[in-house]
Design a binder for this molecule. Structure first.
Ligand SMILES: Cc1cc2nc3c(=O)[nH]c(=O)nc-3n(C[C@H](O)[C@H](O)[C@H](O)COP(=O)(O)O)c2cc1C
Length: 152
């Protein structure tokens, strides 16, 4: 099943959860803000802070992603295989996507915060994020797409 335009948009707009596991099946799940669909069956994310996730991806490429869009009342699980790129076109692409998402996030998000203390903390986090460089691009070939919503 392919990624619809709506799923692509929800991946871009939401924090998604990436599940990986060791070769022996020990699971690990982390929140991801960088997911971006680059085709009907491929998702790109950046590895900026992965530790267990990176070790798991190197040992076992099978992954699952789950996310919920609370505004739309939509929720999905995707399954597939990941490949890691530390240079080349795919790596350059992740840098490009990061800049687009960062600019937009900064504008959209800051407008919604009224508490000055929270605003300052978020601003600091955004500056820190901007100064970091991804260690790798992770390309996920999506093979299965499931809705988490009950049949209506
Ligand atoms: C909201 C949010 C979004 C995140 N997005 C990313 C991301 O896009 N890329 C990344 O490398 N780490 C991201 N992280 C950090 C990871 O979730 C996680 O902390 C990191 O991979 C270390 O955990 P691990 O040792 O289990 O891999 C994000 C964290 C949060 C809280």
């Amino acid at each position: 099943m392919k990624l619809t335009d709506e799923i692509k948009q929800m991946l871009d707009e939401n924090i998604v959860y990436l599940a990986t596991s060791t070769r022996n099946g020990e699971p690990n799940v982390v929140p991801i803000g960088s997911a971006y669909a680059i085709s009907d069956n491929e998702i790109l994310i950046h590895d900026m802070m992965f530790v267990k996730t990176r070790a798991n991806l190197e040992a076992n490429p099978r992954v699952a992603i789950s996310f919920t869009d609370t505004k739309r009342w939509e929720s999905y699980q995707l399954k597939g295989s990941a490949k890691i790129f530390t240079e080349g076109d795919i790596f350059e692409k992740v840098l490009e996507i990061m800049k687009i998402k960062e600019g937009r996030r900064q504008k959209d998000h800051m407008e919604t915060i009224s508490n000055p203390k929270v605003k300052e903390r978020v601003q600091r986090m955004m500056e820190l994020h901007k100064s970091m460089r991804p260690k790798a691009a992770v390309l996920i070939a999506v093979e299965e797409v499931y809705s988490n919503m009950p049949e209506m």
